[in-house]
Ligand binder design. Structure first.
Ligand SMILES: Nc1ncnc2c1ncn2[C@@H]1O[C@H](COP(=O)(O)OP(=O)(O)OP(=O)(O)O)[C@@H](O)[C@H]1O
Ligand SMILES: [Mg+2]
Length: 246
């Protein structure tokens, strides 16, 4: 099997409920290494829960969640921390440490999770900050960053460990169209330059149409459509069709 056909993330018959509320009902899909999946659906349909299941921050009631070569369901913390090193996670709210500068926010995971020297860490942090257009802002605290800068900073932090798989929860929400498309460009570059698999939760259909190799639509707990943008545009499911044609 060639590298491009290696599965990055796969859900097999995943069920997840909170109390009586079923959030994911028998959800199965997969995404290959080096591909971008955009996850669409109305608010509260389980998009963020899907990402948390991949990070194993939650566990499903049943089913399997494969990351690279491992089913993370039921995995112990030690093996999980090894799997998580393959994952970058851009949180919905960027989640930077307010008491640390931007530079320190990026250096922290490197000093905690790698054996890199101070000089090596310095190199990586500067390179990633430059990549996201924040090369001159390392000394700033998060409170001094604009919304768009915070999103880029969150992305930079997700990227310092050079993940094979990047999970991004609404990376461009609340941003103007131009800034949002800059974020899309950055995500695309991760894919084309580093072969990173992307799973992007978004309400921005415009961006999804440009970035996605595959689109998944969640509605009322079900995966109602999965495929290329063209395939989902012609889906038999009305919710999926409407969402993508917006
Ligand atoms: N830890 C939790 N405990 C209980 N219910 C939860 C928990 N996390 C999520 N839920 C519920 O699961 C459902 C799906 O939540 P999720 O955050 O995945 O939605 P979403 O699709 O990301 O929505 P949005 O677009 O608004 O971010 C919601 O009804 C939510 O209330
Ligand atoms: Mg969400």
């Amino acid at each position: 099997m060639s590298q491009s056909q290696t599965i990055a993330v796969e859900f097999k018959r995943v069920m997840k409920s909170f109390g009586p509320k079923r959030v994911l009902n028998d959800v199965s899909f997969h995404i290959d290494q080096g591909q971008a999946l955009c996850l669409l659906g109305r608010s509260g349909t389980g998009k963020s829960v899907t990402l948390k299941l991949i990070m194993a921050l939650m566990r499903p009631d049943s089913g399997e969640v494969w990351v690279d070569q491992d089913n993370v369901v039921g995995m112990g913390e030690k093996r999980l921390s090894r799997v998580r090193k393959k994952l970058g996670y851009l949180f919905q709210d960027a989640a930077l440490f307010d008491s640390l500068t931007l530079y320190e926010n990026l250096a922290l995971p490197l000093s905690r999770l790698t054996r890199k020297s101070k000089d090596e860490i310095d190199d990586v942090v500067h390179r990633v900050l430059t990549d996201v257009g924040l090369g001159a802002d390392g000394a700033k605290y998060p409170s001094a960053l604009s919304g768009g800068m915070k999103k880029r900073a969150g992305l930079a932090r997700a990227l310092v460990l050079e993940p094979k798989i990047l999970l991004a929860d609404e990376p461009s929400s609340g941003l103007d169209r131009i800034t949002a498309s800059e974020i899309d460009e950055l995500l695309m570059r991760c894919k084309t330059e580093h072969g990173t698999a992307l799973i992007i939760v978004t309400h921005d259909v415009h961006g999804a149409r440009r970035v996605a190799d595959r689109v998944a639509v969640l509605d009322k707990g079900n995966l109602v459509a999965f495929g290329s943008v063209d395939e989902v545009s012609q889906s038999e499911n009305e919710v999926a069709r409407k969402l993508i044609m917006e």
